[in-house]
Design a protein around this ligand. Structure first.
Ligand code: TXA
Ligand code: MG
Length: 356
């Protein structure tokens, strides 16, 4: 770790500037989380709507009562189990947390990252750090410093390169601000892991399926199209064999229509496709590798100038819920069902594509 870079990052943050830095989930775009003006720079740099709240990053549980009122026992139990790590708690905010950070909400999202560079930078700044993912609003989250520069070069004071993020998907968000704990965004910490600590947890509609026009998600950032590549994307649901056959058929149709198609596949399936562009999101039998390369692959399709993307699906593993959540949002819920789907939660929520 470059100590002088860490000190410099701390100085920039304490002075109200913007620093992008690695965390174990994705890269974050940091600013002083108690300074409304500094936070406003995050919204400007990302082009993020001002009603979409930020997550405050801390390095010790002792900071929690400073930011959150009436911290319930469940919050401490979850913090004890999963912090530092890829879990964000939503709690009732104290008066110290500006509304300019919470998008006007009376709740605040707090996370304690485990990445050593993130922790060192937060400590050097000496304040809680507000940090959304360091992408332009609506784009796939950055898992490498290069992705941050693709979106935000010239718009931030400093980018700290800490190599590739470890997990590749954003933190699990769990609302413990009242009533039964509720997952607002799935992530590496799964429903099963959370309920082992606090008992049964609820799932927000943003997790279970496509948002209806008239239902507001509890996490304002979970609106439908998000993490999106530029090309139209369709996710094929079903068993790997059914999906593979249906994508091959779709490729034939795209070729006949003169459309340049890309396939989002895995190392196991790549050889089955005859496609202008193929991108492997890791290995199907190692779901962690899919999570880690998903956003990189979505960004790579943009460089290939494809007209459409056909994606395999990843329902089966515990991490599959988080992977499918991001994939379906990237696709704006355009799906093709290729067979019987037994376990997928969002199955009633897709906008089915019917081929002519
Ligand atoms: O892994 C992560 O969480 C990354 C790294 C950088 O820590 N951060 C991240 O931040 O993903 P962002 O801003 O891209 O996503 C934050 C999500 C948004 O969907 C936002 O609406 C939700 O958290 N959120 C923040 N505060 C909230 C609150 N008080 N109530 C409900 N949802 C909240
Ligand atoms: Mg984000």
């Amino acid at each position: 770790m470059d100590e002088s870079a860490i000190c410099e990052a701390g100085r920039v943050l304490a002075g109200g500037g913007l620093v992008a830095f690695p965390t174990e989930t994705v890269y974050g775009l940091g600013a002083n989380g108690l300074d409304e003006e500094a936070a406003a720079k995050i919204y400007a740099a990302k082009g993020r709507p001002s009603d979409n709240p930020l997550i405050l990053h801390i390095t010790s549980v002792e900071e929690l009562p400073f930011l959150a009122e009436e911290v319930p026992q469940a919050a401490y139990a979850l913090a004890e189990a999963f912090w530092p790590g890829p879990m964000t708690l939503v709690l009732r905010k104290t008066a110290r947390v500006p509304y300019g950070v919470t998008g006007g909400l009376d709740t605040v999202a707090v996370r304690m990252p485990s990445h050593p560079v993130a922790r060192a930078i937060i400590r050097a700044a000496g304040v809680p750090i507000a940090a959304p993912s360091a992408n332009a609003s609506g784009r796939p989250s950055p898992t490498k410093a290069l992705h941050v520069l693709e979106d935000l070069d010239g718009r931030v004071d400093m980018v700290v390169d800490g190599g590739t993020a470890g997990i590749g998907l954003e933190s699990t968000i769990i609302d413990v601000s009242g009533g039964r704990p509720m997952i607002l965004r799935p992530g590496y910490i799964t429903e099963e892991m959370l309920s082992a600590v606090v008992g049964k947890v609820e799932l927000d509609t943003a997790v279970t399926g496509m948002l209806q026009e008239d239902i507001k998600p509890r996490a304002p950032g979970m609106k439908s199209r998000h993490y999106a590549p530029k090309a139209e994307m369709t996710v094929f649901l079903g068993s790997p064999a059914e999906v593979c056959a249906a994508i091959e058929e779709a490729l034939g149709r795209a070729a006949a229509a003169g459309r340049r198609a890309g396939v989002l596949c895995t190392e196991e399936s790549e050889r089955f496709y005859d496609a202008p562009v193929k991108k492997c999101a890791g290995r199907r039998n190692e779901p962690e590798s899919v999570a880690l390369s998903l956003y990189d692959v979505l960004r790579a399709f943009d460089r290939e100038q494809v007209d459409c993307i056909f994606s395999e699906s990843f329902e089966e593993s515990p991490l599959g819920g988080a992977i499918m959540n991001r994939l379906l949002k990237a696709a704006g819920y355009r799906t093709v069902r290729c067979g019987r789907i037994s376990s997928f939660r969002g199955q009633n929520a897709g906008l089915d594509v019917h081929w002519q």
